[in-house]
Design a protein around this ligand. Structure first.
Ligand code: ADP
Ligand code: ZN
Ligand code: ZN
Length: 820
């Protein structure tokens, strides 16, 4: 009887697809394996098998699977269950989840761009088909799969490409060039094992007529310290030899042919198989010990526990002790950090304790490395502890025992775009429950939702109020910049008090952090005469000005523009800058303190992992005096010599139109303030604001989280927000504004007929057009006691009805569940 398979394809389509299984593949296919499937005209994708059966689908002719890629599953049963939950809860498709979960190198499709790896050297001759593809790529180093298929005339080219990827002869092209580390390194040695001084001398003579070869040989002798020792003391990499001798491959190959040099390959352990002194664990102090046993106590009754500990109280130390306990039971641990808090500092700290049992999963890693971690987690020797960013919830775990979510309040745990718009905190709690694992949430400033759950008994709550070694919390001084501006006493964005404190700190050789919130403070240009501001032609937003590049860019679609010489509206030539971006602050501070070494940390200066880490390392080592930054400076960093922190403008955070803006502002300011004065000394924070009398400013000054929480809770209840209500945003997009308006009104009316006044809108969101599509938004507010499952079903039913309407054919509908 004929067999069929159901598969998930990496596309945002609702259901799964059924393909027929050619007989010769029947033995090889298993649930969770990847297969290549044709889809649409001339296209093929890597799909994942979820079901093998005998039921021929009705209504369409099935196509055959083209190839089976795996001999064992890469999607484990629990993961699949987790994917299904994600798709259902976040109102997206399994294809969306698949796309987000799996690194590019594991889901090739006909459009995938691959590129040639110039550093690749085959250890053995390649199979003919692979060599053919590689030859094609070496001529034109970047091609898509379809192109290669045509040019080579090969069938099933994906299998060949997969094999080349496994060998790292080629890569999947990524948008950003990342610093890739090869798995093995080509090194050079003398072919003659018994080489001695006399032998070398003879070679030098022989090569006198091949000066470039002679030069390379001499460089080798120098680099390996052969001369001083009489043997090669240091290993020399081929790359280093090329770089230092300025020689070419031809010169080098000449030496290999003459049997002078020999190449060998050394595994260099990209995934850090290095040896670490493990077990180096700090004993807990009394307060920490108490918190630790309270957590264990709490886990007897509850699955989730909140550790509410002030900054620098040693939460990380407590995590380390917990991880060690869980590892003893043979289970795995997932330790989640927000993207920007995953620094070398924390990695080193954990490496020292867990050594090679620790794996790190970062979105800034090259794709090839992420693929390798995936494969490792599927194998026998998987990492026991994964330290990673939100997307590490997708890694294949087999025996999860504990999930730690540090800085649980961070909104970067929520994925905004594209779907699945998941919250890693909620998702990880779900994942843990599938494994019957425990979850520890840690933070100094809990999110209102989490604190609500912890104080209402749903989660456990453990408090840690002492800082380690009793370092005092910083003193926070409030400065009224409205009044000062009125008196014309501000120096750009700096108050006299801040300038004075920076000056004194620099004199004492201490460091300063200046914090500028990113939101609402993008630098722009504006016509002095008529007030014209340049806007993106695809999106409904003003363009951001980048001084370094002297360019205007759109932060929504990435489009860049030249800076106009004159105003296109009135012809005026006086275009001035508006807003204090971090760049502008950097300029201003350099004018006041020309001697100081200043660095800036924001999205633009930290495009790569290395750039980011260098800024931190320089600051740690005292190479920088003043660090200016956005929220990035607030996270997970321990600096010992920072005595002054300046919060340049609290109001930009407070005035942001969002029900969480006070909560966010408090969290950000408390975290940034926590960077001041870590050891031996109380730090000072200068908090500049135009509204010094707001309660939230008072709450920040006295670190009064509880008061903030009660104020917020009262507001949330009154205005129907979380934790009392759940929110779902419904977005509609269309190229034509009138079609969109009609669709939005129609859909809103249908939603209201079932959900009543739980539905608000439709409205125009603040940015009402992105990438040439107009946008409308509706809000659904659901009380805690209502059934979310019913609401979701209803939403989807209405969506189906709307999309079936001829008039709304190319309408896009998507949801943001539990928006942040
Ligand atoms: P948190 O995670 O609460 O911000 P950390 O765990 O980073 O706090 O601790 C702050 C600093 O104090 C770190 O440098 C850490 O090494 C040190 N520290 C905290 N607890 C201990 C301990 N029990 N033994 C040694 N050092 C500790
Ligand atoms: Zn103008
Ligand atoms: Zn744009």
């Amino acid at each position: 009887m004929k067999k069929f398979v159901d598969v998930i394809v990496p596309l945002p389509i609702a259901s799964q697809y059924t393909y027929s299984l050619p007989q010769e593949m029947e033995e090889r296919v298993q649930i969770g394996c990847r297969v290549v499937v044709p889809f649409g005209k001339k296209k093929f994708y890597t799909a994942i098998v979820t079901h093998v059966h005998y039921a021929a689908p009705e209504g369409y002719e099935t196509k055959d699977i083209a190839e089976v890629l795996d001999s064992s599953p890469i999607l484990l049963p629990k993961q699949y269950e987790f994917w299904q939950w994600l798709a259902e809860y976040y109102l997206c498709t399994l294809g969306d989840v698949y796309k987000a979960a799996i690194p590019s190198g594991m889901k090739l499709e006909s459009e995938t761009l691959v590129e040639y790896n110039p550093d690749f050297e085959a250890a053995a001759p390649l199979p003919e088909k692979e060599q053919k593809i590689l030859d094609l790529l070496s001529r034109d180093t970047e091609q898509c799969v379809t192109q290669l298929e045509k040019a080579s005339g090969l069938k099933n080219v994906l299998t060949v490409i997969k094999s080349l990827l496994d060998k790292e002869a080629i890569f999947v092209k990524e948008e950003l060039k990342r610093n890739y580390k090869p798995r093995t390194e080509a090194r050079v040695k003398l072919a003659n094992e018994e080489a001695d001084e006399a032998y070398l001398q003879r070679l030098f003579n022989e090569l006198s007529r091949a000066p470039r070869q002679l030069m390379m040989l001499m460089k080798y002798v120098e680099l390996s310290s052969w001369v001083t020792k009489g043997y090669a003391l240091k290993e020399v990499t081929k790359k280093e030899l090329f770089e230092k001798s300025g020689g070419s491959a031809a010169v080098f190959n000449g030496l290999v042919e003459k049997k002078i040099f020999e190449v060998y390959y050394q595994e260099i352990g990209r995934l850090d198989k290095g040896i670490w002194d493990t077990g180096d664990i700090n004993p807990l102090n009394i307060a920490q010990q108490q918190a630790y046993s309270n957590i264990l106590q709490c886990f007897r009754e509850k699955n989730v526990c909140l550790l509410h500990g002030v900054t620098s109280s040693g939460k990380t130390e407590i995590y380390i002790h917990l991880i060690q306990e869980v590892l003893k039971t043979g289970k795995q641990v997932l330790y989640l950090l927000p993207e920007i808090a995953l620094t070398t500092q924390i990695t080193q700290r954990l490496k020292r304790v867990f050594g090679h049992r620790l794996g790190i999963y970062h979105s800034k890693f090259p794709d090839a490395e992420r693929v390798e971690i995936w494969q490792k987690q599927l194998g026998e020797e998987s990492y026991d502890v994964i330290l990673g960013v939100r997307s590490s919830i997708f890694l294949p775990f087999r025996n999860l025992g504990l999930v730690i979510i540090d800085e649980e309040h961070e909104n970067t745990y929520k994925q905004q775009d594209p779907a699945p718009r998941y919250h890693a905190r909620s998702s990880a709690i779900m994942l843990a429950s599938m494994f019957k694992a425990k979850v520890l949430l840690g933070t100094a400033t809990p999110s209102v939702e989490t604190y609500f759950n912890a104080t209402s008994g749903k989660y456990g709550l453990v408090e840690l109020k002492e800082r380690y070694k009793d370092i005092r919390l910083p003193h926070i001084e409030r400065v009224d910049i409205k009044e000062l501006a009125h008196q014309k006493r501000m120096q750009g964005p700096f108050s006299p008090a801040l300038v004075k404190q920076i000056k004194e700190a620099l004199e004492r050789k201490e460091q300063v952090i200046l914090f500028q919130n990113r939101r609402g403070f993008a630098p722009m240009i504006e016509c002095h005469t008529c007030g014209w501001v340049p806007k993106c032609k695809n999106c409904d937003v003003s363009l951001t000005y980048h001084k370094g590049l002297n360019q205007l860019t759109c932060h929504y679609c990435g489009y860049t523009y030249q800076v106009p010489r004159s105003c296109p509206a009135c012809g005026g030539v006086e275009l001035m800058h508006r807003g204090f971006g971090t760049e502008r602050i950097e300029d201003d501070i350099k004018l006041i303190f020309p001697e100081a070494k200043v660095a800036r940390m924001d999205l633009d200066t930290t495009r790569t992992r290395t750039a980011y880490e260098k800024i931190i390392a320089d600051f740690e080592q005292g190479k920088t005096d003043i660090l200016i930054g956005t929220q990035m400076v607030s996270k997970g960093l321990d600096f010992d010599h920072v005595s002054v922190v300046g919060i340049l403008n609290a109001d930009t955070m407070l005035n942001y139109p969002d029900f969480r803006s006070y909560e966010r502002a408090f969290q950000l300011m408390a975290q940034v303030a926590g960077r001041a004065g870590r050891k031996n000394k109380q730090g000072l924070v200068i908090l500049q604001t135009k509204s010094p009398d707001l309660p939230v400013i008072h709450q920040v000054m006295y670190n009064d989280y509880e008061q903030l929480y009660y104020d917020q809770l009262a507001e949330r209840q009154m205005f129907k927000y979380p934790p009392y209500y759940r929110l779902i945003y419904v977005y509609l997009k269309h190229r034509k504004e009138d079609v969109l308006d009609l669709a939005a009104d129609t859909m809103a009316a249908q939603l209201r007929s079932g959900l009543g006044d739980r539905v608000l809108g439709p409205d125009k969101p603040p940015v009402a057009r992105i990438q040439t599509l107009f946008i409308k938004k509706m809000i659904v507010k659901v009380e805690q006691t209502a059934s979310m499952a019913k609401v979701r079903d209803y939403l989807l039913a209405v969506q189906r009805a709307i999309l079936e309407d001829e008039r709304f054919r190319s309408l896009l509908v998507y949801y943001d569940v539990d928006p942040q």
